[in-house]
Design a protein around this ligand. Structure first.
Ligand code: NAD
Ligand code: MG
Length: 396
C-alpha cells in the first residue's frame, strides 16, 4: 500500500489524481490533501477519501475546514500555511507526493518532498523552472525519484530507454543513441487567429483550450505558448540536454504527446487521449502499469495528424523562454515570476493579452544577467521581479 500526499488537491491535476486513486483502493491510500482556499471542495474530498491530514494555505480557510470536518465527525487533522504544506510533503509516512500546486507557491513544499527522498510526481513545472540546477542537485543528493506528470515530459520519459529512465538526468541523451527530443504542443486556441486581432482576445477565449481542460493559469500559458517555453526549460533539466537537443513541434490534435528521435532514424512517440489521468496513472504505478478511467484511442475515428513550426510573431513568449533558458538560472527565475504577475493581471482584465509578453520581455531584459544559485537568491529574485512587473503594470 502506497501512501499519497496531493499538494493542490482541488485543482485540475489534483482532481484527476484523485480520480485515478479512487479506482485503485487496493494499491493507494490518500495520506493528505492540500489546497489554497477552496474549503468546500477540500471538505468534500476529505469526506470521500478520509485522509489522515488536510492543509490549507490560508489560515482562516483552514479554521473553517477544521470546524466543518469536526462537525461532520471526521478524524482528519487540519494544518495551515506554508509550514503545514511543507510538513505534509515531508511526512515520514508519505511514499508518493503529487506536486500539483500552480506557480511559485508550490516550490517550498515540492522541495521538502525532494529533500525527504520521496517519489515526487512533478506537475508544478514552475518549481523546476525557478530553481533548475538546485532542484536537480537535491533530487540526486536525497535519492528522490522524480517522475514527470506534464504530458509531454511523461511521454518523453515513456519513450526513453530503460537505463535512462533509471539513471534519470545523470546521463546524457547521446549516450543512449538519442538525437533529439520532439516537444509537441497544440498551439492553443489562437493557432489560426489573425494576428491583428490579438489585442482584443478576451479571458474567456484565452482559457478555452481546444483539447485540454486545465486550470486558468496554464490555460493562458498554453494560449501564449509560454507553457511550451516553460516546458522547454523543464525538459532541459529533466533530461539533461542542451537547447539544440529539443525541437518544439506544433501538433494541433494533441494525440501525440511528444517523441524521442534516435540516431538510427527511429522516432518513438507516446499517444493517447488528451487526458492527464494517463500520465498520472503511469507515474503513480511506475514501473508497473495500472488501469486509468481514460477511453482508449480509436484510430478509425481520429482526425489526421498535422505538424507545423511555431511562428515567432504569434508566440513571442515561447521565444522569450528559450532565450531565458540560454541566459541562465536568473533569467528563467525572473521570466517565470514576471509571467505569473502578467497572467494574473490578464485574468483580472487589467491588461490586454498582448501585454503579457511585453511585461515578460521587459522583466527578462532587466534581470537576465542576474545570478541566482542558492534558494535565498532565487526567492529574492522572484520577489524583486514581481515587484518590478507590478511597477510596470502600474505605469500602463
Ligand atoms: P489549478 O489552478 O486547477 O489548481 C491549482 C491547485 O493549487 C489548487 O488546488 C489550489 O488550491 C492550489 N494552490 C493555488 N495557489 C496556491 C497557493 N498559493 N498555496 C497553496 N496552494 C495553492 O491548476 P492545475 O491546472 O491543476 O495545474 C497545477 C500545476 O500542474 C501547474 O503547475 C500546471 O502548470 C501543471 N500542469 C497542469 C496540467 C493540467 O492539465 N491541468 C497539465 C500539465 C501540467
Ligand atoms: Mg504540458
Amino acid at each position: 500500500m502506497k501512501h499519497v500526499v496531493i499538494l493542490g488537491a482541488t485543482g485540475s491535476i489534483g482532481c484527476s489524481t484523485l480520480s485515478v486513486l479512487a479506482a485503485h483502493p487496493d494499491r493507494f491510500r490518500v495520506l493528505a490533501l492540500t489546497a489554497a482556499t477552496g474549503v468546500d471542495k477540500l471538505f468534500a474530498q476529505c469526506q470521500q477519501f478520509t485522509p489522515r491530514f488536510a492543509a490549507m494555505q490560508d489560515p482562516a480557510a483552514a479554521l473553517l475546514l477544521q470546524k466543518k470536518l469536526k462537525d461532520a465527525g471526521s478524524a482528519t487533522e487540519v494544518l495551515s500555511g506554508t509550514e503545514g504544506l511543507v510538513a505534509l510533503a515531508a511526512h515520514p509516512q508519505a511514499d508518493i507526493v503529487m506536486a500539483a500546486i500552480v506557480g511559485a507557491a508550490g516550490l517550498l513544499p515540492t522541495l521538502a518532498a525532494v529533500e525527504q527522498g520521496k517519489t515526487v510526481l512533478l506537475a508544478n513545472k514552475e518549481a523546476l523552472v525557478m530553481t533548475g540546477e538546485l532542484f536537480m542537485q537535491k533530487v540526486a543528493k536525497h535519492g528522490a525519484t522524480l517522475l514527470p506528470i506534464d504530458s509531454e515530459h511523461n511521454a518523453i520519459f515513456q519513450c526513453l530507454p530503460l537505463p535512462m529512465q533509471q539513471a534519470g538526468h545523470l546521463t546524457r541523451l547521446s549516450e543512449h543513441g538519442i538525437s533529439r527530443l520532439l516537444l509537441t504542443g497544440s498551439g492553443g486556441p489562437f493557432l489560426n487567429r489573425p494576428l491583428d486581432s490579438f489585442a482584443q482576445i478576451t479571458v474567456a477565449e484565452a482559457v478555452a483550450h481546444p483539447n485540454w481542460t486545465m486550470g486558468q493559469k496554464i490555460s493562458v500559458d498554453s494560449a501564449t505558448m509560454m507553457n511550451k517555453g516553460l516546458e522547454f526549460i523543464e525538459a532541459r533539466w529533466l533530461f539533461n540536454c542542451a537547447a539544440a537537443d529539443i525541437q518544439v513541434v506544433i501538433h494541433p490534435q494533441s494525440i501525440i504527446h511528444s517523441m524521442v528521435q534516435y540516431t538510427d532514424g527511429s522516432v518513438l512517440a507516446q499517444l493517447g487521449q488528451p487526458d492527464m489521468r494517463t500520465p498520472i496513472a503511469h507515474a503513480l504505478a511506475f514501473p508497473e502499469r495500472i488501469s486509468s478511467p481514460v477511453q482508449p484511442l480509436d484510430f478509425f475515428t481520429l482526425q489526421s495528424f498535422t505538424f507545423k513550426q511555431p511562428e515567432a510573431a504569434r508566440y513571442p513568449n515561447l521565444y522569450l523562454a528559450m532565450a531565458a533558458s540560454a541566459a541562465g538560472q536568473g533569467a528563467t527565475t525572473a521570466l517565470n515570476a514576471a509571467n505569473e504577475v502578467a497572467v494574473a493581471a490578464f485574468l483580472t482584465e487589467k491588461i490586454a493579452f498582448t501585454t503579457i509578453s511585453k511585461i515578460n520581455e521587459q522583466c527578462l531584459n532587466y534581470f537576465q544577467s542576474y545570478q541566482a544559485s542558492s534558494l535565498d537568491d532565487i526567492l529574492a529574485l522572484d520577489a524583486e521581479t514581481r515587484a518590478y512587473a507590478r511597477q510596470l503594470l502600474g505605469m500602463l
